[in-house]
Design a protein around this ligand. Sequence first.
Ligand code: SF4
Length: 493
Amino acid sequence: MDPIALSELIPDFQKKGAPLEASVSGDEILYLTETGKFALPFTPPPMRNHGNWLVSLNKLVKWLGGMVEERGINLFCGFSGREVIYEGERVAGVITGDKGIDKNGQPKGNHEPGIEIRAKVTVFGEGPYGSLAQDLIKKLKLCEGKNPQSYATGVKEIWEIPPGRIKKGHVIHTMGYPLGNDTFGGGFIYAFSETLLSLGLVVALDYKDPYGDPHGEFQRFKQHPVVASLLKEGKMVRYGAKTIPEGGYFAIPRLFFDGGLLVGDSAGFVNVPRLKGIHYAIKSGILAAETVLDSLVKGDSSAASLSPYAGKVEESFIGKDLHKMRFFKNSFSSGFLSGFFKVGLQYAMGGWWPGGMPRAEADHQAMRSLAAYYRNGARKPQEKKYDGTLTFNKVSDVYLSGTKHEENQPCHLVVLDRDLCVNRCTREYGNPCRHFCPAQVYEWMKEEEKGAGKLVIQPSNCVHCKTCEIKDPYGNILWVTPEGGGGPEYTGM
Ligand code: SF4
């Protein structure tokens, strides 16, 4: 975490006991080949971490939540925000999800209907690909004239390791293996202490391979000698996965509308080269609060009254950083190595690149059919073997994510057209949901007699990453909020 925004919000955050794991003590960027590594001779300035902190976002958010409650503000944990209240084009609040509905949609004995929470201004900060934010973006056409947002899936584990291998606060970022030249992404290893590592792999979801599997790639990442030697005789203690918005400056939606604002990852505020967004989430929250206060004082919460928020974001370090890096992600569209070269040139030219706003397609459009990707005939997906010590299958990982859902509730993963899965997707893409979901929620069961198969969904495994709705090539999956309180624990993540 870059502390710039937290220090603005709470200048004495260290004295007040913010849960900081370590200050960054050193930085490395490695290019990994299949068995070797090359260290970059220097860390490019935007990727330097001197002065930054390693934090567990889960702990930081809990700590901030406690401070908010001390000031008499109500936090309604354990409730999902299910639906936006619209009055015409105006946003008037949010309806929370019902509790106690059974899997057939019938009320159970403990049924509690959702409640309407009405507000003059509603600020949406649901993280990446929030269900309500997506609804707002579509209904109010907030992305008109912008690129569609693009995402990556980050798969992460926390490990306890023997001492003496890495210094507390050390940061390693990797490029190259296990991702090919046509897949954007990289690995990270953060030493929370000499014996506690947070590590993961981020894979951009504009990959083409219908068998693409971010969880499987992360397991391969851990087998690389650089990583395996750190983890040897260690113990994996926690797992999680989440999408990250990566579209940058050209994919930022309109941030204001009648009665509301977008902040944080819901607005696409992530600095991709720095792999950082916490400081943008905090800063956009500060700017949203200032704007809301002004609008309440004026007694006017129309889009016009809330529009100064967009200017404040643009003039803040959020807008300046993202503008400087506006061509970053697109530079990698024709391969990782050429992208790295282009980004170096852009940096030297202050972020400029010829041609104006590059066009981008939505991530689900990037996937190629089996016939197109495997031109010499449809390859079978590689059988993956995991040893349960260094590498883990998805179900074992889900167990360590602490994911829990009420079993008797409607499935929160809605497949809009099941016939499409059988009649087209099997043939065209080989049912890629089985591969891109990092939690083995989607399984394909063969029905021998009929010679076909059927999709079986295990919603209780879902770690709420949102990859499926983003990457399904037909847009055939809808992620709706499950009963409030369900989902992964994120403890220490
Ligand atoms: S079902 Fe979808 S949201 Fe849930 S873990 Fe799988 S890909 Fe992620």
